[in-house]
Design a protein around this ligand. Structure first.
Ligand code: PLP
Length: 442
């Protein structure tokens, strides 16, 4: 039991009453491990919350942050700039598709999403298409918690009861276990259904009313679902056909998660706008960013009066020098250790084979993977749906393993720096935990 007073911090996305009965507190982290207060280790197979991609406790980042704090801790980003902010923006664009060279910093993925939605709106107005005000999102999509992102939420619990924009239509979700079970990488089925739904929305609303489509290239919080083959290229094609902007929400997929620096490169699709955060500086200092095609920024600049800010929008800590310094140090690690592409190489293959070796566990109805992402779906059978996941999650935690439960899906996104031995350790702890909850494989 903890000796910390846990009354005052209202934890996000947490059943606080359950937490108070069973406080789970980490006090230290190193490499791929978090440590509980009693000193026991927990293998972090979620990279924190899909963010600690270079592993925990990286001295290079700590040193860079310390140095930056002592050199220039802060300067206002409204009408002023700092060297680390400019340098980091440039470093990021060395990894984006060729036409995407403009970086607008935020403090989180949620802020990046709402900023992207505003930029999309502004662009349509700039080219005299102000009637384009609707958005298309996707069921099971997650786009953060600000008002714009909440409106784009395809996860009903995160949306209902809040004041949201009502001009949003939803494409069907991508999880289709009945046809795509045990796929490796992109599954075979789903692109045609998405395309038909897309065309239906356009026919119903009119292309002249639709501003942008926002989707996660790989659905993350919706249960880690890779896009079916050809899906993202088809979305791009339909957006072009109907003069609709394409926003990739790369808050999870950015910075190496899929086996390329960004999913846009991995799937060979150039969106108009991308959002990112999480891995941007290895999960160390809050930061997000919107990455924008040159022509979109240019159109907004061309339409704006010369004497005023082109964009009446921004945050106090946007591009903060300390966050940017952490980003530059993380980028050095990403590049020097080959982490941005390791998910599509030998490590990605090892991860895929290891994950699929779990197929014999009881009640497993699907295993899927992409890059260094993975998910195992369970059939709840006699347990009420969505209560098996939390049970397995708790048993994993008790056995020194941190996964994520999304309903009855167990979702994994290890630090990209994970070793083969640590992948093996994950498999053995996961196998042990599931066996303890559901019994031996038959
Ligand atoms: N977009 C996606 C795809 C996400 O997965 C998340 C967070 O998980 C967000 C946006 C919101 O990011 P943040 O929690 O940094 O606000």
């Amino acid at each position: 039991m903890s000796d910390i007073n846990i009354d005052n911090w209202w934890l996000p996305f947490t059943n606080v009453r359950a937490f108070q009965d069973n406080p789970r507190i980490f006090s230290r982290a190193e490499g791929c491990f978090l440590y509980k207060q009693d000193g026991s280790e927990v293998l972090d197979i979620t990279a924190g919350l899909w963010c600690c991609n270079v592993g925990h406790g990286r001295r290079e980042i700590a040193d860079a942050v310390h140095k930056q704090l002592m050199t220039l801790d802060y300067a206002p980003p409204f009408q002023f700039g700092t060297p680390p902010g400019f340098e980091f923006a440039q470093r990021i664009t060395q990894h984006t598709p060729a036409d995407i060279n403009r970086v607008f910093f935020t403090n989180s993925g949620s802020e990046a999403v709402d900023t992207a939605l505003k930029i999309a709106h502004l662009y349509q107005h700039a080219r005299d298409k102000g009637g384009k005000q609707r958005f298309i999102s996707r069921e099971q999509g997650y786009h953060g918690v600000n008002v714009g992102g909440t409106s784009m939420q395809g996860l009903p619990t995160n949306r209902h009861g809040f004041p949201v924009l009502d001009r949003v239509d939803f494409l069907p979700g991508m999880l289709d276990i009945s046809r795509n079970a045990f796929s490796r990488g992109s599954p075979a089925h789903g692109t045609e259904e998405m395309a038909a739904a897309f065309e239906n929305i356009v026919a119903m609303r009119g292309a002249d009313s639709i501003c942008a489509v926002i989707i996660e290239p790989v659905s993350g919080a919706g249960g880690m679902v890779p896009p079916p083959q050809g899906y993202l290229k088809k979305v791009r094609e339909l957006c072009d056909k109907h003069d609709i902007l394409l926003i990739f929400d790369e808050v999870i997929t950015g910075f190496g998660r899929t086996g390329s620096a960004f999913a846009a490169t991995e799937f060979d699709v150039v969106p108009d706008i991308m959002t990112t955060a999480k891995g941007i500086n290895g999960g160390t200092v809050p930061m997000g960013a919107v990455l924008i095609k040159d022509e979109i920024q240019q159109a907004i600049f061309d339409a704006a009066p010369n004497t005023l800010p082109e964009f009446f929008h921004g945050n106090t800590y946007a591009g903060a020098p300390v966050a940017a310094a952490a980003g530059l140090a993380a980028m050095d690690i990403y590049e020097q250790e080959g982490l941005l592409t390791c998910g599509s190489g030998e490590k990605g293959k090892y991860w895929e084979d290891a994950l699929h070796s779990l197929a014999d566990l009881p009640q497993v109805i699907d295993i899927r993977n992409y890059g260094l992402l993975g998910a195992v779906s369970f059939d709840p059978m006699e347990l009420p749906a969505k209560s098996l996941g939390p049970k397995i999650h708790q048993r994993c935690f008790d056995n020194g393993l941190l996964c994520r439960a999304v309903g009855d899906n167990m979702v994994m996104s290890p630090p990209l720096s994970i070793s083969h031995q640590e992948i093996d350790l994950f498999i053995s702890r996961f196998r042990q935990s599931v066996t303890e909850v559901l019994g031996q494989p038959s």
